[in-house]
Design a protein around this ligand. Structure first.
Ligand code: PGA
Length: 250
């Protein structure tokens, strides 16, 4: 395949600081011999504490979101500089919960993507269709639009710092997983979009994670698919016992 597996955990709005530190400590131990790329994204309030725990380990520190603006009167927001100040290396952008609960659109997400990259962060850009869109036969089209608009203006060089995460909205936190074949079909379609926007080498190199009820019991058949290069894990990322096996499947 040539691409490295990349397994990431999005802790969402779970765990207080003490619990986050405990989980991070467990993961540092569990993954220290792991061969893949790993990232954990705690809540903003646990970032600083978790940063101290994973410093020097093979786990990257991720944030779950950031503001479109660099500083100023944006009550309740967190800037790219604040994230970097805490040692954050990756930011998850465009997660479906940001899109659907908080109304983030492709333009806003694109602004965040460009700012994060300009400031040297890696980006994990989430895309994915709703159930309604899938049933209307629009899964590929929605993912194409989110990819093109999310990455508008991103240079080929900066694509080395971009990971995509295909997360069908209907599979997130629901226990429903896309079949490996359905997921593979979207991953292949998205890779084609990247080839069209950039070139084949960029498309071949870009990591595309799957997300949506991925767990130890189903991760292997998903990761076996040609264009599935890793996972963005929610629920199963909240315990060492469920995250470690996914990280170590390959
Ligand atoms: P889930 O969440 O694994 O709990 O379905 C995935 C995600 O939202 O990243």
């Amino acid at each position: 395949m040539g691409r490295q597996y990349y397994i990431a955990a999005n802790w969402k709005m779970n765990m207080l600081k003490g619990e986050s530190v405990e989980l991070a400590q467990g993961l540092v131990k569990a993954l220290k011999d792991g061969k893949n790329k790993y990232m954990i994204a705690p809540s903003f309030t646990s970032l600083d504490a978790v940063a101290q725990v994973i410093k020097g380990s093979n786990i990257l520190l991720g944030a779950q979101n950031m503001c479109t603006e660099e500083k100023g009167a944006y009550t309740g927001e967190v800037s790219v500089h604040m994230l970097k100040d805490l040692g954050v290396q990756v930011v998850i952008l465009g997660h479906s919960e940001r899109r659907h609960i908080y109304g983030e659109d492709n333009e806003m997400i694109n602004k965040k993507v460009k700012l994060a990259l300009a400031e040297g962060l890696e980006v994990d850009l989430c895309i994915g269709e709703t159930l309604e869109e899938r049933e209307a036969g629009k899964a590929d089209a929605v993912c194409e639009e989110q990819t093109r608009k999310g990455l508008a203006g991103v240079s080929k060089a900066d694509m080395a710092k971009v990971t995509l995460a295909y997360e069908p909205v209907w599979a997130i936190g629901t226990g429903k997983t896309a079949t490996p074949e359905d997921a593979q079909a979207v991953h292949a379609a998205v890779r084609k979009v990247i080839a069209d926007m950039y070139d084949q080498a960029t498309a071949d190199a870009v990591i595309i994670q799957y997300g949506g009820s991925m767990k130890p019991a189903n991760c292997q058949e998903l990761l076996n698919q040609k264009d599935i290069d890793g996972g963005l894990i929610g629920g199963a990322g909240l315990k060492v016992e469920t995250f470690e096996p996914i990280c170590k499947t390959y």
